[in-house]
Write a protein that binds this ligand. Structure first.
Ligand code: CLF
Ligand code: SF4
Length: 475
C-alpha cells in the first residue's frame, strides 16, 4: 500500500507535467514542437538595468527588450488570433516587454482578459523584474497566469552587486538610487517569488550573467531560488555591444562567452534544475524558439480585421487537432530516442569512464536532424558519453555559411569555427566538401549519416561510433 504522502507528490508531479507539456520554455522537450508569441504591449519600465536600451531596434537583432512595433491590447489579441491561425503550433502567449509587464498593468491585464475570451486554448505567460508582483498578485491569479518569469541578477543583501546593475528603481512614487535601489528591488523580488510559489504558479528565474559583475553571485542565486521552490533557473549570457547604446555596452563590458556560460551553468546546476534552451527572445518574438518569425507579420495584416473574422481564421478546433497530431509525433519520437537523453544527468551518469564528448547538431524543427550546414544559424550542443546524452546549450552565429543566391560565392566560416571550437562531432543533414575541409582545422568530425533521423538517439549512436568506450577512456 502506498502512503497518501507519495500519492499527493505524484499528483503534484502530474499537475506540473500537464502545465509544462506544451510550454516551449518550461519544457525542453516541447520547444522543438510548440511555438510562442510575445505581444509588445508593455512600453514602460519601473527600473533601469545597465544592459537594457529599449530604443534600439534592428530587425536582425534578437535580444530582450527589442521590438519593431508596439500594440494596444486589442491589437495584440488580434495578432494572436491571426498568428495562431497561421502557426498552429502556437501554444503560449507571453508578455515580455519591451518594458516590464507589471509596470504596465492596465495593458497587461486587459490583454489577458481579452485572450481568455477569444483564445482560451493558449497558455498565458509573463516576464517581469519582480518589483510589482506583490501589488498585482490578485490579478495574476484572476487571469490564471500559470507561468511567470522573474529576472533576478543577485541575492546580495548589501545591495553592492545590485548597485552595479541597476542605477535606479522607481517604487511606490519614490526613485531609489545605488544600494538602496538594489535592496528595494531584491526585497520585492523575493516577496513576489514567495507569493507566486505559494499560489502554485510555476516560476522561472532568469539571471543575466554579466562578466566580472555577478559571475560568482549566480550560484548563490541558484541556491536561493531552489530553496524558495522555483521551478527552473535560466542563466542568460549578457549580449553587449557599444552600438546597442546600453551603459554596459558603452563602457566596453563584453558579451558573455561560451566558456564562462558553461562554467557558471555547471556551478548552478548543483543546486537547481536549469533551463538550457533559452533564445533570449525579442519582445515581439513569434514562432518556435529557434526560428523567430516576427518579421513575417505586419500590423496592417490584422489591425483592420474584425474579431469575428479573426476567430474564424484562428479556428480553435483545427488547432486542437493540430496539437493532437504533434502529441502523436512526440510519442513516436520518444519511442525512437529510446531514453538516450538524461536531462539533468551528471557526467558520470552519461559515461562509464567519466569522459564525454560535445556534439553539435543542425535542426530546423520536430526533433530531427533536418537542417543543412550551409543554412544553419544555430547549433544545438549535446554532451554525450557511451551511456546517455544531455542537452547543454545552443550556439548562434550571426551569418550562416551559405548566404543564399544573393551572397553566393562569399563563404565565411570563422565565426562558426569559433562557435564549435570545443565540439568533437557535427551531425548535419548535408555539408559540402569545402566547409568539411575547413572544419578539419578545429578537428571536427562531420557526419551526415543521421540526416532526417531523431536527434537524441543519433547523438548517442554517433558518439559510440566515433569514440567507442575504449577511445573515450583514452581521451
Ligand atoms: Fe515568453 Fe518567457 Fe513566457 Fe517563454 S520566452 S515570456 S517564458 S513564453 Fe523563453 Fe524566450 Fe528564453 Fe523567455 S526562450 S527569453 S525563457
Ligand atoms: Fe529593460 Fe527589463 Fe530591465 Fe526594464 S526590467 S530596464 S525592460 S531589462
Amino acid at each position: 500500500m502506498s502512503c497518501s504522502c507519495t500519492q499527493t507528490q505524484a499528483k503534484l508531479q502530474e499537475n506540473i507535467l500537464k502545465k509544462i507539456n506544451n510550454h516551449p520554455c518550461y519544457s525542453q522537450n516541447a520547444h522543438q514542437h510548440y511555438a510562442r508569441i510575445h505581444v509588445a504591449i508593455a512600453p514602460a519600465c519601473n527600473i533601469q538595468c545597465n544592459y537594457c536600451n529599449r530604443k534600439y531596434d534592428c530587425s536582425n537583432e534578437s535580444r530582450p527588450g527589442v521590438t519593431s512595433y508596439k500594440l494596444t491590447p486589442e491589437e495584440a489579441v488580434k495578432k494572436v488570433l491571426y498568428v495562431g491561425g497561421s502557426i498552429q503550433q502556437l501554444s503560449v502567449v507571453g508578455i515580455a516587454g519591451p518594458g516590464d509587464a507589471l509596470a504596465n498593468p492596465k495593458q497587461t491585464f486587459a490583454t489577458f482578459r481579452l485572450l481568455q475570451h477569444y483564445a482560451p486554448d493558449v497558455k498565458l505567460c509573463l516576464s517581469t523584474n519582480g518589483l510589482n508582483i506583490e501589488k498585482h498578485i490578485n490579478e495574476i491569479l484572476k487571469y490564471n497566469i500559470e507561468h511567470i518569469t522573474v529576472t533576478l541578477n543577485s541575492v546580495d543583501e548589501s545591495g553592492k552587486i545590485g548597485a552595479k546593475i541597476y542605477p535606479w528603481v522607481y517604487y511606490e512614487g519614490k526613485r531609489y538610487k545605488g544600494e538602496e535601489a538594489a535592496k528595494t528591488l531584491l526585497r520585492q523580488q523575493l516577496k513576489g517569488i514567495e507569493l507566486l510559489v505559494k499560489n502554485d504558479i510555476l516560476v522561472k528565474v532568469n539571471s543575466v550573467l554579466i562578466p566580472n559583475i555577478n559571475e560568482d553571485e549566480l550560484p548563490k542565486v541558484a541556491k536561493k531560488v531552489k530553496e524558495m521552490g522555483v521551478f527552473i533557473f535560466n542563466v542568460m549570457p549578457l549580449i553587449s555591444k557599444p552600438e546597442h547604446g546600453t551603459k554596459f555596452g558603452l563602457e566596453g563590458i563584453k558579451s558573455t562567452d561560451h566558456k564562462l556560460l558553461m562554467r557558471v551553468q555547471e556551478a548552478c546546476e548543483i543546486d537547481v534544475k536549469l533551463m538550457r534552451h533559452c533564445r533570449q527572445c525579442r519582445a515581439d518574438a513569434v514562432g518556435l524558439l529557434g526560428e523567430d518569425r516576427s518579421d513575417e507579420f505586419f500590423k496592417s495584416d490584422f489591425t483592420d480585421k474584425s474579431f469575428e473574422d479573426l476567430q474564424i481564421h484562428y479556428d480553435i478546433n483545427k488547432r486542437r487537432k493540430a496539437h493532437e497530431k504533434i502529441e502523436q509525433w512526440r510519442g513516436i519520437l520518444k519511442a525512437a530516442n529510446e531514453k538516450a537523453l538524461m536531462e539533468d544527468a551528471k557526467r558520470y551518469e552519461l559515461s562509464s569512464t567519466g569522459k564525454t564528448k560535445l556534439v553539435a547538431v543542425t535542426s530546423e524543427s520536430n526533433g530531427l536532424i533536418n537542417d543543412h550546414f550551409g543554412s544553419a544559424k544555430e547549433f544545438l550542443i549535446y554532451e554525450a558519453g557511451d551511456k546517455a546524452i544531455k542537452f547543454i546549450t545552443h550556439r548562434r552565429v550571426e551569418t550562416s555559411y551559405c548566404k543564399g543566391p544573393v551572397g553566393c560565392g562569399t563563404y565565411v566560416i570563422d565565426e562558426i569555427k569559433q562557435a564549435l571550437s570545443d565540439c568533437d562531432i557535427l551531425l548535419t543533414q548535408k555539408i559540402g566538401d569545402c566547409p568539411k575541409k575547413e572544419l578539419e582545422d578545429i578537428k571536427l568530425i562531420c557526419d551526415e549519416d543521421y540526416a532526417n533521423e531523431p536527434i537524441e538517439i543519433s547523438v548517442l549512436k554517433a558518439v559510440r561510433k566515433h569514440f567507442g568506450f575504449e577511445k573515450l577512456q583514452a581521451c
